[in-house]
Write a protein that binds this ligand. Structure first.
Ligand code: FPP
Length: 258
């Protein structure tokens, strides 16, 4: 009989490079989406202000982006700010709005160098101009890149996205741009903010919460879900590989018998 504990220990003793090489031999999820949760709790455990947790979370974004790119993941969508996050204290919202700028000021040269292509999905209109400008610059500076797509979900909410798509479809039908008879799941998908992306193969949520929180409800229909108690600032490359390993062990049937 296989001793699971022994296997697990052996696995954990592998270096990151060794573990990566093994993972790369299996199927790599094309699109990974992450609900980065637990920054506040990470800070509270250290008696730090919540924004310190977000700052630390930003470093995890860099780490995981680099790893995903090296693994050959095609797209990484990160839930950085939801349409519901405006309810947080102003000081925290202000800080979260400054994070893309801070992140990109520091890491944009590295993203350009590493062939990462930055994108964003979400409602830009309510965002401060400095947030939009930072993202637009990153999108522009990386538009020729063809490596990992780093897609920030910023001021994003899935129900709002679907409603907006419905209105857009109706408008196109009224204007004769769209034929009602051609409306199906595939054509409707093109009205969503993810129109250039495949649906995620793997969703990761950190911090022990087991819910979707209005994130990519349409796109996650057949996605493999992976939850961990680890708080986002503590989420390491090994945790990401663990999620991919778990994905590799699952058999995806998409409703069929496989
Ligand atoms: C959820 O943790 C996290 C957020 C609402 C913000 C996520 C943002 C980052 C990780 C940084 C983003 C970086 C860039 C580059 C845009 P929480 O505050 O809800 O944690 P809690 O549940 O423990 O309070």
């Amino acid at each position: 009989m296989i001793n699971k504990n022994k296997l697990w220990k052996t696995h954990n003793n592998l270096s990151l490079e060794e573990r990566m090489e093994i993972v790369k031999k299996g199927p790599i999820p094309s699109h990974v989406a992450i609900i980065m949760d637990g920054n506040g709790r990470w800070a509270r455990k250290r008696a730090l202000p919540r924004i310190a947790g977000h700052h630390e979370g930003m470093k995890t974004v860099r780490k995981i982006t680099r790893l995903a790119n090296r693994l050959g993941v095609k797209a990484l969508t990160l839930y950085a700010f939801s349409t519901e996050n405006w309810k947080r204290p102003k000081k925290e919202v202000d800080y979260l709005m400054k994070l893309p700028q801070e992140f990109l000021e520091t890491f944009l040269p590295e993203l350009v160098e590493e062939n990462v292509k930055v994108q964003m999905m979400g409602n830009q209109q309510q965002l401060p101009s400095y947030t939009v400008d930072a993202i637009k610059k990153a999108i522009n500076d990386t538009k020729q890149n063809n490596g990992l797509i780093l897609n920030f979900a910023l001021n994003y909410g899935s129900r709002a996205e679907i409603m907006e798509a419905v209105h857009h479809v109706l408008e196109d039908i009224r204007n004769g741009v769209m034929n009602e008879k051609l409306l199906n799941e595939e054509t409707f998908s093109r009205y969503l903010m993810t129109k250039q992306l495949p649906d995620p193969d793997l969703l990761i949520r950190t911090s022990g919460e087991i819910r979707l929180s209005n994130f990519m409800l349409w796109q996650l229909a057949y996605t493999e879900l992976w939850f961990t108690d680890t708080l986002w600032p503590d989420f390491s490359e090994h945790h990401f590989l663990e999620a991919v390993e778990s994905y590799q062990k699952r058999s995806r049937r998409f409703g069929g018998l496989g």
